[in-house]
Write a new protein. Structure first.
Length: 77
């Protein structure tokens, strides 16, 4: 049985899926698209708890990124 995709409210807004050809570099199939343009691949436990488990607000990277000036500039553009 396939896992039900998380509701948009439960999923971290910085989480991005990778394309098929990138799966070798990103074995979990996702990465964090931070406003600072830094690339981060979450650990399996982080992915389940923070990124897809509805607890992304408790992630230290999420808290820093949501308040970053880069995100504010991106929202204006």
């Amino acid at each position: 049985m396939a896992e039900k995709p998380p509701d948009e409210e439960e999923r971290c807004p910085f989480l991005r899926s990778v394309s098929d050809e990138q799966l070798g570099a990103f074995p979990l199939g996702v990465w964090c698209a931070l406003p600072s343009k830094r690339l981060r691949v979450p650990l399996r436990d982080e992915l389940q708890h923070f990124c897809r488990g509805g607890h992304h607000y408790a992630c230290s990277l999420y808290r820093r990124a949501k308040d970053s000036p880069a995100r504010a500039r991106a929202a204006i553009i």
